[in-house]
Ligand binder design. Structure first.
Ligand code: GMT
Length: 381
């Protein structure tokens, strides 16, 4: 197949999933065309089946905001037409699903019929999308897509709750490349951070409010009052300054390192004893899956689709959002020497269920079905 993939090329989970999906499809022999406003972060190598088309967003003194959606729709029209794509797969509803709708309508006037698959990733539904300023367009563009997927059962349910959806939504979970995300030998790194055998806790996120990084720091502070431990915080975002101030207030700065945006996150995960994800909203929790693949147990909140990944008491623990006291008790339970190895084994075993090799066929099958159904409905007109 010839597939066009539209996503945010930044560090966000939706962009990572879209890029990894494109890479896996290309490896299987499909031709994949990325249509994005910047080279996606993880698309930094050559492959004969991978193509990149940059969306050129022209500004003009009259525009306070350059019209990204129009530039994207125009680029989609051109790429579908000249590369003769079979399908467009857009990731994150806003504004990718509505831009795809516009491209589809333009192409229709030229007798080109392109099926569109939209994948809902999380905040496009649970946070931004349901805001009245976007809701009508999001509802419309989901209903107008030829196929829709959501990354967890919880997100699927939330979509039906928040929007007037008249079509089916298929759940296809996030996946992991176990070739890249696996425990590596990095003992020297562990020794540098934890010279006295301290337990190492890791959190990675984009430091937005929904991630509740403050809970990570408060739980860590409480853990450290009981056992020697260190904390590594990977990523950056709007809450970072506030979190640095909190460390100073708590007097824990000597035990916490802010690593910023790190590409090789698997190297840090390889030496971690516990990964924390206390999010307020989280449709799936790709960062937690990456940790599990590196044999790290996870301590999470019960937000959104996280409990579909984290099996309470098996791969880690699931606590109520904001329950710092319970999170501390559960973290100490996982970190006990007699428990840790079991949690690590089970985390890895669970991660293997989300191996890209298991999930990729679900997308391929869904594309084929969507293309077939679009052909049938066209022949019925
Ligand atoms: O986690 C983020 O804030 C980034 C966001 C995105 O859309 O880029 O991630 C969402 O999509 C990921 C991939 O499907 C999911 O694993 C994350 O759980 C989801 N984030 C939220 O729902 C907050």
């Amino acid at each position: 197949m010839k597939i066009g993939i539209v996503c945010y090329p930044t560090f966000g989970g939706s962009g990572v999933v879209a890029t990894e999906l494109g890479k896996a499809l290309a490896k299987e022999g499909h031709q994949v065309h990325f249509i994005t406003y910047r080279q996606p972060t993880r698309l930094d190598f050559f492959s004969a089946n991978l193509f990149y088309h940059e969306v050129d967003i022209k500004s003009y003194p009259l525009f306070e905001h350059a019209p990204y959606e129009l530039a994207l729709a125009s680029k989609m029209v051109n790429v579908v037409k000249y590369e003769q794509l079979d399908l467009l797969h857009v990731h994150y509803a806003i504004p990718h699903a509505s831009a795809a709708y516009m491209a589809k309508q333009i192409l229709k006037t030229q007798q080109i019929h392109i099926p569109v698959v939209t994948t809902l990733h999380g905040t496009d539904i649970t946070l931004v999308g349901k805001d009245p300023s976007y809701e009508p367009v999001v509802t419309f563009s989901i209903n107008q897509s030829d196929g829709v997927t959501a990354v967890s059962e919880d997100l699927r349910k939330a979509t039906f709750e928040h929007f007037d959806i008249k079509r089916e939504i298929k759940v296809i979970p996030n996946f992991i490349d176990l070739e890249r995300f696996k425990k590596q030998k990095k003992e020297h790194f562990k020794l540098a951070i934890c010279p006295n055998g301290e337990k190492l806790i890791v959190h990675t996120s984009n430091f937005r409010k929904v991630k509740r990084v403050e809970d990570v720091i408060r739980v860590f502070d409480a853990i450290r009052k009981q056992i020697p431990a260190k904390l590594l915080l990977v990523g950056d975002g709007p809450e970072r300054d506030k979190m640095e101030r909190l460390c100073r207030e708590l007097g824990t700065c000597d035990h916490i390192r802010f690593l910023g945006k790190l590409e090789a996150v698997e190297e840090v995960l390889s030496v971690a004893d516990l990964f924390m994800m206390p999010s307020e909203k989280e449709s799936f929790g790709l960062a937690a899956l990456e940790a599990m693949a590196c044999e790290v147990p996870i301590l999470t909140s019960d937000a959104g689709g996280i409990p579909e990944l984290n099996i309470d008491g098996e791969t880690g623990y699931v606590c109520k959002v904001g329950d710092v006291a319970d999170m501390t008790i559960k973290a100490l339970e996982i970190l006990k020497d007699e428990n840790l190895a079991g949690f690590k084994d089970r985390a890895l075993r669970r991660a293997k269920e989300f191996d890209v090799e298991n999930i990729l066929p679900m997308y391929v099958e869904f594309y084929q079905e969507t293309i077939e159904e679009a052909k049938i409905s066209l022949s019925n007109i």
